[in-house]
Design a binder for this molecule. Structure first.
Ligand SMILES: Nc1ncnc2c1ncn2[C@@H]1O[C@H](COP(=O)(O)OP(=O)(O)OP(=O)(O)O)[C@@H](O)[C@H]1O
Length: 719
C-alpha cells in the first residue's frame, strides 16, 4: 500500500510534466516523419507508392500457395500462416512509415496505461481528502486532476489517429500490390474474370474486403496490445494492494474465462467471410444494372431485375440475421461473465486489504490508521482511498480483460477477412504465373497442360499448327476445339480477312493472337504488343475526357510525350467523319459517360480513330465497323491501308473482301478451315454468281412495284 498511500509529490508532478513533454515530442516526431514521407512522394497516405517489381512477385509466389478453399476458416495455424504472408506486403521492411506508426502507436499505448495508473492513484487521494475534510489538499488534488487531463486526452486522440493512419497505410500498400498483380502485362485481370472461376466479384475483394481487413488488423493491434499491457501493469499495481493470493485469483479468473469463451464462440471468421461474399454478390447485381441500364429499359426488364436484386439482398440479410441470432446468446454469456461475474469477483478482491490485511501482505488498517493518527476520520479516509484506488484499478483491469476477451471475436473476424484477402492474393499469384484452376491433367487442351510456344518480335503473324481452343477451367478443365491446327502467315501488306458462321471461333483467333487465350500446341510468332492494335467487337469507352476516348489507351501525358497535338486528333476525326464531335460536346476536355453519349456507329468510328492515332504495323479489326455506313467504312479501310497498316479483319461482310488479299474461312465443321487468295478465278466466279442473283432480284423489284400500284388503285376504287 506504500505506493498508493504516498501523496502525489513534486517528483510525480515532475513525471507528469515529463509525460506532457514526451507527448509533444512524439507528436513532433510523428509530424516530422509524415513531412519526410510527403516530400519523398512515396507516402502510403497519398496512395502513391513505387510499382511492385516482377522480382518481388517471383519471391512472393512461394509464400502465397493457393490454400484449400474448403479449409476451416478460424483462429488456427493456417490463419497465422496467411497473416504472416500478408505481413510481408504491409511491412516490407522495418524502415517503412507503417513501422514508425506502429512504434509511435505502441508508445502512446504505454503512455495511456501509465496515465491510467496515475489517475487511479489521484482519484483515491482526492476522495480521501474529501472524506477527511482536508480542503487545501482536496483543491490541490483537483489541480493535478486537470493537469493530467491534458496529456490523457491528447494521448487518447493520438491513439485513434495513429490507428486510422495505420489502417490507411496497410490499405494503400495492399491495394497497390493487388493492382500491380491484377493489371500486370500478363493481363491477369482477364484470366481472373474469363478463364478461372475461383474469384467471383474481384471488385468486392479489392475494394471492401481489403479495407475491412486493414481496419480490423489496425484496430486489433490496439484492442489487443493495450489490454495486454494494461493487464500487466495493473496486475503489478494490484499485487501491491491485494497481495499475491488476490493476483493469483485474478489470473485463474482470466484463464477460466478465456477457456469458457473459446468453447462457446461461434465461428465468426467463417460467418464474416460468407457475409463479405454475399455483400459482393449484392453489389455485383447493382453494378450489372448500372452497366446495362439502357438495354434493360428497352426490354422493359425492370421487374425481373428487381427480383434478382431482391433475391441477392434477401440472401445477404438472411445471413446477417443468422449472425445476429447467434450473437444474442453469445453476447449474453459474454456480458454475464465479463461484467457481472467479474465485478462481483473484483469487489471481493477489493475487500481483501480491508478484511484480510495479512493475506494482502499489508500493515493492518488499524496500524495504518495509528501511524496516520488515531482519529476515526483518518481511518475511514485511509479505507476509502485504498478502496477507490483498488476499485479503479480493478475496473480498468476488468475493462482490459474484457477487451482482450472481446478481441477474440475480432480475431475470429480478422481470420475471415484474412482468408478472403489471402485467397485473392494467392490466386492472382497463380494466374500471374499462368497456373489455372483444376487438377494436374495430361489430357489434350487442359489448362494445366499448355505446350504451345509463342515467339515475339517477328515482322508478321504466323500460326504453325496452332489449335484454337475455347479454354475451360475447374474440375473438368478440358477446352473445346474450335479450329484445328491453324497454319497461316500474315506478312506485311498481306491483309487477311477471317470469315465464317457465328460462334465458329473467329474472335477466338484474335484472342489467341492477343495472348488472352493460351497456345495449347504448335507455335505462334508475332510482333511485339506495341506493334499490334486490336479493335474489339464491343466498343469500349473509358472514363475521362473526349480526348481520352480518341487516344485510348494513351493518357494525355503519353500523348504530349509523343509530340502529338489536338490538331492532329481533329484531322483523324475528319477521316472517320466525326469532326463535329468536339464542338457538339464542348471541346476536348469535356468529361461525360461517353458510352451513353455516342451512337452505336459513332462508338465504332471512335474505335477506328484510335487505330489511326496509334498507327500500328498490324491491326486486328473484329466486326468493328458493322454499324458504320458502307461508304464511310470503305473510306476508313482505304485510309488504314494507305497508312501502311496490315489488316486482319474479322467480318461477315462481302463488301470488305476487296480490301484484303487472303481469306480464312472457318467452316465450323469439326474445326475445319480453308485459306484462299482473293481475286482468284474461283473467287471472281463466286462474286459473278452473287451479282447475277442480285440483278435477278432487282428485276423482280420493278414487277413488284407495278403490282403494288395496281393493288393501291383497286383499293381506292372500292373506297
Ligand atoms: N471465355 C470463354 N470461355 C469458353 N468459351 C468461350 C469463351 N468465349 C467464347 N467462347 C465460345 O467460343 C466459341 C467461339 O466464340 P467466338 O467469339 O470466337 O465466335 P465468333 O466466330 O467470333 O462468333 P460471332 O460471329 O458471333 O462473333 C463460342 O462457342 C463461344 O461460346
Amino acid at each position: 500500500m506504500q505506493l498508493l498511500s504516498k501523496p502525489i509529490s513534486g517528483h510525480s508532478w515532475l513525471q507528469k510534466n515529463k509525460t506532457i513533454a514526451l507527448s509533444s515530442l512524439l507528436a513532433a516526431a510523428a509530424a516530422a516523419a509524415y513531412q519526410t514521407q510527403r516530400t519523398k512522394r512515396k507516402s502510403t497516405n497519398d496512395g502513391v507508392l513505387e510499382e511492385t517489381t516482377q522480382d518481388v512477385f517471383r519471391r512472393h509466389k512461394k509464400i502465397f500457395p493457393v490454400s484449400d478453399l474448403n479449409a476451416k476458416v478460424g483462429v488456427n495455424n493456417e490463419f497465422k500462416r496467411q497473416l504472416k504472408a500478408i505481413a510481408t506486403i504491409i511491412f516490407p521492411h522495418w524502415h517503412t512509415k507503417e513501422a514508425l506508426l506502429l512504434i509511435l502507436h505502441s508508445v502512446f499505448l504505454i503512455l495511456r496505461t501509465y496515465l491510467s495508473v496515475v489517475v487511479a492513484r489521484l482519484d483515491g487521494r482526492i476522495v480521501r481528502d474529501l472524506v477527511n475534510g482536508d480542503g487545501k489538499e482536496f483543491l490541490k488534488g483537483l489541480g493535478y486532476w486537470f493537469a493530467i487531463a491534458i496529456p490523457a486526452t491528447y494521448t487518447n486522440s493520438m491513439i485513434r489517429y495513429l490507428q486510422s493512419k495505420l489502417s490507411i497505410g496497410f490499405r494503400t500498400r495492399l491495394t497497390r500490390y493487388v493492382h500491380d498483380l491484377y493489371l500486370d502485362p500478363q493481363r491477369t485481370f482477364y484470366k481472373v474474370i474469363n478463364l478461372d472461376g475461383r474469384i467471383q466479384g474481384a471488385d468486392q475483394y479489392i475494394t471492401t474486403d481489403v479495407a475491412k481487413f486493414c481496419d480490423t488488423l489496425a484496430s486489433l493491434y490496439s484492442n489487443l496490445a493495450k489490454p495486454m499491457l494494461d493487464t500487466l501493469i495493473f496486475n503489478y499495481q494490484l499485487v501491491k494492494s491485494i497481495g499475491v493470493v488476490g493476483t493469483f485469483g485474478l489470473t485463474v479468473n482470466y484463464f477460466v474465462t478465456a477457456r469458457l469463451l473459446r468453447a462457446v464462440t461461434p465461428s465468426f471468421g467463417k460467418l464474416a467471410a460468407i457475409e463479405a461474399k454475399l455483400e459482393g454478390d449484392f453489389r455485383a447485381a447493382h453494378t450489372r444494372l448500372i452497366t446495362n441500364a439502357e438495354e434493360i429499359a428497352f426490354y422493359n426488364g425492370a421487374n425481373l431485375e428487381h427480383s434478382i436484386l431482391d433475391r441477392a439482398y434477401t440472401r445477404l440479410i438472411k445471413h446477417i440475421n443468422t449472425i445476429y441470432k447467434i450473437r444474442i446468446s453469445y453476447n449474453m454469456f459474454e456480458d454475464f461473465l465479463i461484467k457481472y461475474a467479474w465485478s462481483a469477483f473484483g469487489l471481493g478482491l477489493c475487500s481483501i486489504p480491508v478484511f484480510l490485511p495479512d493475506l494482502a501482505g499489508q500493515r493492518s488498517v488499524a496500524a495504518a490508521a495509528a501511524s496516520e493518527g488515531s482519529d476515526e476520520n483518518v481511518k475511514v479516509g485511509s479505507h476509502t482511498r485504498g478502496f477507490i484506488t483498488n476499485k479503479r484499478l480493478l475496473i480498468s483491469l476488468a475493462d482490459a480483460g474484457g477487451r482482450m476477451m472481446y478481441s477474440y471475436k475480432e480475431l475470429a473476424e480478422l481470420a475471415g477477412y484474412t482468408s478472403r484477402v489471402y485467397g485473392l492474393l494467392s490466386i492472382l499469384h497463380a494466374l500471374h504465373a499462368s497456373e489455372y484452376d483444376g487438377p494436374e491433367d495430361a489430357r489434350r487442351f487442359a489448362l494445366t497442360n499448355i505446350k504451345g510456344k509463342v515467339e515475339l518480335g517477328i515482322d508478321g503473324i504466323k500460326f504453325d499448327k496452332v489449335p484454337i481452343v475455347a479454354p475451360s477451367s475447374g474440375p473438368d478443365n478440358v477446352g473445346e476445339l474450335l479450329v484445328n491446327d491453324l497454319t497461316l502467315d500474315v506478312q506485311p501488306g498481306e491483309h487477311l480477312m477471317v470469315t465464317g458462321p457465328n460462334g465458329v471461333g473467329k474472335t477466338a483467333v484474335a484472342r489467341v493472337i492477343a495472348s488472352l487465350w493460351p497456345v495449347f500446341e504448335g507455335k505462334l510468332s508475332k510482333p511485339y504488343d506495341k506493334d499490334i492494335f486490336y479493335i474489339p467487337q464491343r466498343p469500349y469507352l473509358s472514363l475521362g475526357t473526349l480526348r481520352d476516348q480518341v487516344i485510348y489507351p494513351h493518357s494525355y501525358e503519353d500523348m504530349k510525350k509523343s509530340g502529338r497535338t489536338d490538331k492532329e486528333l481533329m484531322e483523324i476525326l475528319k477521316v472517320v467523319h466525326l469532326a463535329y464531335i468536339p464542338d457538339r460536346e464542348g471541346g476536348w476536355e469535356t468529361q461525360k459517360e461517353w458510352k451513353d453519349v455516342f451512337s452505336g456507329g459513332e462508338k465504332q468510328r471512335v474505335g477506328m480513330a484510335r487505330l489511326f492515332y496509334h498507327h500500328p504495323k498490324y491491326a486486328v479489326l473484329d466486326e468493328c465497323t458493322s454499324a458504320v455506313s458502307t461508304d464511310v467504312e470503305g473510306l476508313m479501310y482505304a485510309h488504314a491501308k494507305d497508312m501502311g497498316i496490315t489488316l486482319l479483319t474479322i467480318s461477315h461482310r462481302p463488301a470488305l473482301f476487296k480490301y484484303h488479299k487472303h481469306i480464312l474461312r472457318l467452316t465450323g465443321n469439326q474445326g475445319e478451315w480453308e485459306m484462299e487468295a482473293i481475286g482468284t478465278k474461283e473467287q471472281k466466279q463466286s462474286i459473278g454468281k452473287e451479282m447475277h442473283s442480285l440483278e435477278a432480284k432487282l428485276k423482280e423489284v420493278e414487277s413488284l412495284k407495278a403490282r403494288l400500284i395496281a393493288i393501291d388503285s383497286e383499293l381506292s376504287l372500292k373506297v
